[in-house]
Design a protein around this ligand. Structure first.
Ligand SMILES: [Cu+2]
Length: 154
């Protein structure tokens, strides 16, 4: 067996969607940033992650940049008393000291609008998170299997 094939096989073994990944910077840990694979014709997608803050000072996520979309913004999903789901744009996501901000379906998420290409499961998509204190942090979103909130038509 050629060496390149062995390396490729090892890479495939670790690149599966169940493999969680994380990025640490200072007191912040960004855990398993992921985008559930959107439908083939979707123009937008949602990104999720957990941002843990082990420090004694609060921080906040204020912007996201990625070449995978024309625009990336912070959204908060909510369901009102009538059961109507809404999505609100927020400017700033607080990351409390000694706590974590959770971005998950039905709650906070990163909205990628105007996708610049198709995603494949297991693919890693580069992005930059901008924090008030920690500054710019490079991360990668993993493209997970389809699921979670349906964002295909907004
Ligand atoms: Cu959204």
């Amino acid at each position: 067996m050629k060496t390149s094939l062995v390396i490729l096989t090892l890479f495939m073994a670790f690149a599966g969607p169940v493999f969680a990944h994380e990025t640490a910077v200072g007191d912040l840990q960004i855990i398993h940033a992921n985008i559930p694979k959107p439908g083939a014709t979707a123009r937008s997608a949602a990104g999720y992650m957990v941002i843990a803050n082990d420090g004694t000072e609060a921080d906040a996520l204020i912007a996201i940049e990625t070449p995978a979309a024309q625009k990336a913004m912070l959204h908060e999903s909510a369901t009102d008393a009538q059961g109507v789901a809404t999505m609100t744009h927020i400017d700033r996501l607080p990351i409390p000291a000694g706590d974590a901000a959770v971005l998950e379906p039905g709650g906070f998420h990163i909205m990628l609008m105007g996708l610049t290409g198709a995603f494949t499961e297991g693919q890693m998509v580069p992005a930059t998170l901008v924090f008030e204190k920690a500054g710019r942090v490079q991360i990668e979103f993993m493209i997970d299997p389809p699921g979670g909130a349906d964002h295909s038509n907004h």
